[in-house]
Write a protein that binds this ligand. Structure first.
Ligand code: ADP
Ligand code: MG
Length: 305
C-alpha cells in the first residue's frame, strides 16, 4: 500500500521556486533519505508533507487522504522532528512529553506511554531534568520522543543528527534504524554516510528538483560509469598509453601516486592492465576495482545539474 504520494508539488516563495514539480511515492515501511545541499528544498518538502505549509501547486495524499482537504487525520499518523526543534526549555522532559501526548488525544495511558518513549529514546538518565539543561544530543532525543509519542506510522525527521558529536550521532542513527524496521521514515540530511547507514532508498534533491531516486545500493551509478580501477606502478608511466587501452574512458593520477582508471560500464579491464604492464616492462605494485564513495556521487550529481 502506498503511504505518501507527492504529486506535482511546487512551492514558490515570492518569485523563488523552492520546489519545482516534485513527484514521489513513498511506500509503507520504506526508510527514505532526502539528500541535498543547503537550500535544495528538503525542509520545504517536509513542511508540506506535515501540513505546516501549503504547496503553491500539486497535492500530497497520505494513506489515501488528500492533506489539502483533511490535514487533521494525516497528522495523527505522522511524527515530525522539525529542523529547528522548538522545545519548551523551561519544562521538564517528562512534563513536556506528557503535554504533547495529551494534545493528540490518543487512548494511551499518559504515564505509561511517556515512560515507554523515554526508555526507547534513551532519555532515562536525563528524564528528571529541564529541557534547557540538556546537551544537544539529549535535546535531540526529546525531539525524537515528541515525534514518536503518539505512535505514528510515518516519521518525518529533518536533519535529525545535525550538530551532534560523533558519539551522539551514532546513537541517534541507531535509534532511527531501529524505528525504520516498523515505520515509514523520511529523513533529510546532507551527509552521504547517514543515508548509507540508515536508509533503503535515497532521493537526491537539488534546486527544488529530484535529480536521483534509487535504492541506496544503486545510487552511485548516477555518476559516471561507477566502474573504476585503481592501479599503482613501480615505474613512471605515460598517461596516454593507459588512455589507449580498450574500454578506458578516463585516467587520472591521484595524490597518493596511484592511477584511477574509469572503464566502460561492466567491463573488467584488469587483464588488459596486466598485459599492458608486461608488454611495456612495467611492474604493477597494486591493482583493484574500486567503488566511488557516495560523497563523490553526490558531488558530481549536483555539479552536473
Ligand atoms: P533545505 O532544507 O534543503 O536546506 P529549504 O527547503 O529550507 O532547503 O529551502 C529551499 C529554498 O527556499 C532556499 O533557497 C530557501 O532560502 C528558500 N526558503 C525557505 N523557506 C523560505 C521562506 N519562509 N521564505 C522565503 N524563502 C524561503
Ligand atoms: Mg533544511
Amino acid at each position: 500500500m502506498n503511504t505518501i504520494e507527492i504529486k506535482g508539488v511546487s512551492k514558490l516563495y515570492g518569485t523563488q521556486k523552492a520546489l519545482d514539480n516534485i513527484n514521489l511515492t513513498i511506500n509503507k515501511g520504506e526508510v527514505v533519505g532526502l539528500l541535498g545541499p543547503n537550500g535544495a528544498g528538503k525542509s520545504t518538502l517536509m513542511k508540506i508533507i506535515t501540513s505546516f505549509i501549503t504547496p503553491t501547486s500539486g497535492s500530497v495524499i497520505i494513506n489515501g487522504i488528500d492533506i489539502l482537504e483533511d490535514s487533521l487525520t494525516p497528522r495523527k499518523s505522522i511524527g515530525y522532528l522539525p529542523e529547528l526543534n522548538p522545545l519548551y526549555g523551561e519544562l521538564y522532559v517528562r512534563e513536556y512529553l506528557e503535554f504533547v501526548l495529551r494534545l493528540y488525544k490518543t487512548g494511551f495511558d499518559v504515564k505509561d506511554r511517556v515512560d515507554e518513549i523515554i526508555h526507547l529514546t534513551g532519555l532515562t538518565p536525563e528524564s528528571h531534568k529541564k529541557i534547557e539543561e540538556l546537551s544537544k544530543g539529549y535535546k535531540q532525543r526529546v525531539g525524537l520522543a515528541q515525534a514518536l509519542i503518539h505512535d505514528p506510522e510515518i516519521l518525518i525527521l529533518d536533519e535529525p543528527t545535525s550538530g551532534l558529536d560523533p558519539n551522539q550521532l551514532v546513537e541517534i542513527r541507531n535509534i532511527i534504524s531501529e524505528l525504520g524496521k516498523e515505520k515509514t521514515v523520511i529523513l533529510s540530511t546532507h551527509i552521504m554516510q547517514e543515508v548509507e547507514s540508515v536508509c533503503d532508498r535515497v532521493v537526491i534533491i537539488h534546486k527544488g528538483k529530484v535529480i536521483a531516486d534509487d535504492s541506496t545500493r544503486n545510487i552511485w551509478k548516477y555518476a559516471g560509469t561507477g566502474n573504476y580501477f585503481e592501479i599503482e606502478f613501480k615505474e613512471e608511466i605515460d598517461e596516454s598509453l593507459l588512455r589507449k587501452l580498450p574500454f578506458v574512458i578516463n585516467v587520472s593520477l591521484k595524490e597518493n601516486g596511484k592511477w584511477l582508471v574509469e572503464a566502460e560500464k561492466g567491463k573488467d579491464i584488469r587483464e588488459s592492465l596486466f598485459v599492458f604492464a608486461t608488454d611495456n616492462n612495467i611492474h604493477i605494485l597494486s591493482l583493484m576495482q574500486v567503488e566511488q564513495s557516495m560523497e563523490d556521487v553526490f558531488h558530481s550529481l549536483t555539479l552536473n545539474s
